[in-house]
Design a protein around this ligand. Structure first.
Ligand SMILES: [Ca+2]
Ligand SMILES: [Ca+2]
Ligand SMILES: [Ca+2]
Length: 319
């Protein structure tokens, strides 16, 4: 009897999974802030906040894509069309530069620019003042080398072909791990960052700096921390605590990044003598042992992002 039940359960799971896969590819969904273009079978997001070329490149990677450059004329036409319909900019950064070696223009994935779309404007590239190492695409379809530190809008891209799906977490990022007792997904980040950058990374991953809502969740985060290969990470950062989603940055008492007070969150076990930093320690962390600690926001630590399942307005909801 029990075996039959199990079999039926497994079958139902299999059917659900198959349906999910079909829905995913049929609806071509990556993230709700990315637009799918049929002509190129890829997703794009036009970033309106201007950034330096390196920050733009980093931002696209954080979102699971890469800094867009046109593969060919078809893609240049399709993307410029989308951009003209939606945004007023005259140019955007693209994923082409020669900052490794002057005059060797390559894409962010190491292809010579001559192998992709490379319609230079008249007289370009001209390396004005010897600092023009990053490439912009103008609205008229021509490209130009420009200074990498200038801040411009940019476009991130993800191809449908490269899209993977984390079905348990219902999100594209496969490095998030599902916990079935909590019904949540978490990612332990092994690149130490300050609290603000960590906050930003979690947000770019459609998640948030983890908030502990129960002893069970605290135990899980301790386990996650202990299982992460953190001792292999060299460099200058603070060991012993991980950034979490609570703070006192507006001097208004400890609050979670979900808008509740720490008391309302359901977990307030501070470490011994903590919080002890006053206005010098206004960001929230968890000691590796599971108790809470206030820390200076500029301190670099590991951090954990938490993802709520079913919040992405994904293709599965729309179908
Ligand atoms: Ca130039
Ligand atoms: Ca939580
Ligand atoms: Ca402290």
């Amino acid at each position: 009897m029990a075996r039959t039940t199990l079999l039926v359960f497994a079958l139902v799971q299999l059917v659900c999974l198959t349906v999910d896969i079909n829905a995913q590819s049929k609806n071509a969904f990556f993230r709700k802030d990315y637009q799918f273009l049929e002509a190129t079978q890829s997703f794009y997001k036009i970033h309106t906040i201007h950034r330096s070329w390196r920050d733009a490149k980093k931002r696209c990677t954080m979102e699971g894509g890469y800094l867009f450059y046109p593969d060919d004329q078809t893609e240049a036409d399709a993307v410029i069309g989308f951009w003209n319909q939606t945004q007023p900019f005259y140019w955007v950064y693209i994923g082409v530069s020669d900052f490794l070696a002057k005059g060797v223009f390559e894409t962010v994935d190491g292809r010579p620019v001559t192998d992709v779309y490379s319609v230079w404007g008249p007289g370009e590239p001209n390396d004005v003042n010897g600092v023009e190492d990053c490439v912009i695409l103008r609205r008229d379809g021509t490209i130009n080398d420009d200074a990498c530190d200038k801040k411009y809008p940019f476009i991130c891209k993800k191809t449908l072909l490269s899209l993977e799906w984390n079905f348990l977490c219902d999100m594209p990022d496969k490095s998030y791990l599902y916990d079935n007792t909590l019904g949540k997904c978490y990612k332990f980040h092994l690149t130490p960052m300050n609290w603000t950058d960590a906050y930003s990374v979690c947000a770019a991953e459609q998640s948030y700096l983890a908030v502990i809502n129960s002893q069970k969740e605290a135990d899980h985060l301790v386990k996650t921390t202990n299982e992460a290969p953190r001792d292999t990470i060299k460099g200058d950062y603070l060991r012993g605590a991980v950034h979490l989603g609570f703070h006192n940055r507006d001097d208004d008492g400890w609050k979670t990044v979900r808008g509740t007070t720490l008391e309302e969150s359901g977990y307030t076990r501070w470490g011994n003598q903590q919080p002890d930093g006053g206005d010098k320690e206004q960001c929230g962390t968890m000691f590796y042992t599971g108790t809470l600690n206030d820390l200076a926001c500029w301190q670099k630590c590991f951090f954990i992002c938490e993802h709520d399942i079913g919040t992405l307005n994904s293709a599965i909801d729309e179908s």
